[in-house]
Design a protein around this ligand. Structure first.
Ligand SMILES: [Zn+2]
Length: 80
């Protein structure tokens, strides 16, 4: 699981005089809230993972990312 924001993003935010605070709040709430994985229906915290190339709406949990999404991506890479 990655940090809610990078140090670079935090510095940029502080230097901006706070005009991006809304965006930071959004990022933070995405990070701490619980989400339901559309693949396994499990609950996870954090940002989740982009499910592409799987045709799934929303973000998937780390477990599905490792066991379903990444194999699908690899399969796509080797399919010519
Ligand atoms: Zn899942």
């Amino acid at each position: 699981m990655s940090a809610p924001i990078t140090l670079e993003e935090l510095i940029t935010l502080l230097l901006s005089g706070g005009e991006n605070v809304g965006e930071l709040n959004k990022k933070y709430s995405d990070y701490v809230e619980e989400h339901t994985c559309p693949l396994c229906k499990g609950v996870y915290k954090g940002y989740g993972n982009n499910p592409a190339p799987l045709k799934v709406k929303g973000q998937v949990c780390d477990n599905c990312n490792a066991t379903k999404v990444i194999p699908a991506r690899l399969a796509g890479m080797f399919k010519k």
